[in-house]
Design a protein around this ligand. Structure first.
Ligand SMILES: [Fe+2]
Length: 260
């Protein structure tokens, strides 16, 4: 029987959320930090990667962001290590949610060449009108991917909310770190078909490093071996701009205060 490592060699991983581009956000500060992260992604078995620096409509225009992102990528591309790792890559972003996000032109913020757009929500206070906003993004042809859903108190308290977003066409992910920590809610989300992939959301080698391989290894034992294949395949499909099979979506039920 093939081991995880054997299988992984044949079936490489896809990273859809990371802060590797240098000097653009709170991720890699300098070029050498970016190179370290990229090489570690390769060591983890990553073959496809979307670079997703933070973007906030309140802080910068899309044009300014795109210019900074291009320059940052150029620096990284000019390193010998970039050529050496030979990873397929795309540009993207992690857009901080704003109530008027759906009125903006989001094309340049999507994962390059796709309609997928990674959206980060406030962790504690639930924004008003999210359902309407996501609905309007979807009707304009975008597919919102809700970043690290295990962080939002209002989704942990009421996973039906996440279910409704997924049911209307949004996708979601949890961070690999949360799986490695054996977070029960992450397992619950995955088992209910409420998240579609895992990613490292790596920022630096010293905190939140690239850890997809360990994430998938834990996932096999902690959640179930089938999910390993499903979530990796989903990530690959998203990278290619293909639709994702929303597997086994189940509506969360609360029984005597416990989510089952
Ligand atoms: Fe992030």
């Amino acid at each position: 029987m093939a081991t995880v490592m054997d299988r992984r060699k044949k079936n490489k991983l896809t990273e859809l959320h990371c802060h590797i581009l240098p000097g653009i956000d709170d991720g890699a500060k300098h070029l050498e930090n970016a190179v370290e992260l990229l090489v570690e992604e390769k060591n983890q078995g990553v073959e496809n990667i979307v670079f997703t620096p933070h973007f906030n409509f309140d802080k910068i225009t899309v044009e300014q962001f795109v210019e900074r992102r291009d320059k940052s990528l150029e620096k990284l591309k000019n390193t010998p290590e970039f050529q050496e790792v030979n990873i397929n890559f795309k540009l993207g972003s992690e857009v901080y949610y704003t109530v008027n996000i759906a009125t903006q032109n989001l094309d340049k913020l999507c994962f390059e060449g796709t309609d997928y757009i990674l959206v980060e929500l406030p962790t504690q206070v639930r924004p008003h009108g999210m359902k309407r906003t996501f609905g309007s993004m979807i009707s304009k042809g975008y597919c919102p991917i809700i970043a690290h859903v295990e962080r939002y108190s209002y989704m942990i308290e009421n996973p039906v909310e996440l279910y409704e977003f997924v049911d209307m066409g949004c996708l979601a992910h949890v961070n690999a770190e949360t799986v490695i920590e054996k977070n029960k809610m992450a397992k619950y989300f995955i088992k209910h078909g409420l998240v579609h992939f895992i990613s490292s959301d790596c920022h630096a080698m010293s905190w939140r490093p690239p850890n997809l391989e360990s994430g998938f290894e834990t996932l096999r034992d902690f959640v179930g071996k089938d999910y390993d294949e499903i979530l990796n395949e989903n990530a690959k499909r998203i990278f290619k701009g293909k639709s994702v099979d929303t597997y086994d979506l189940k509506k969360p039920v609360n029984l005597m205060g416990i989510w089952i």
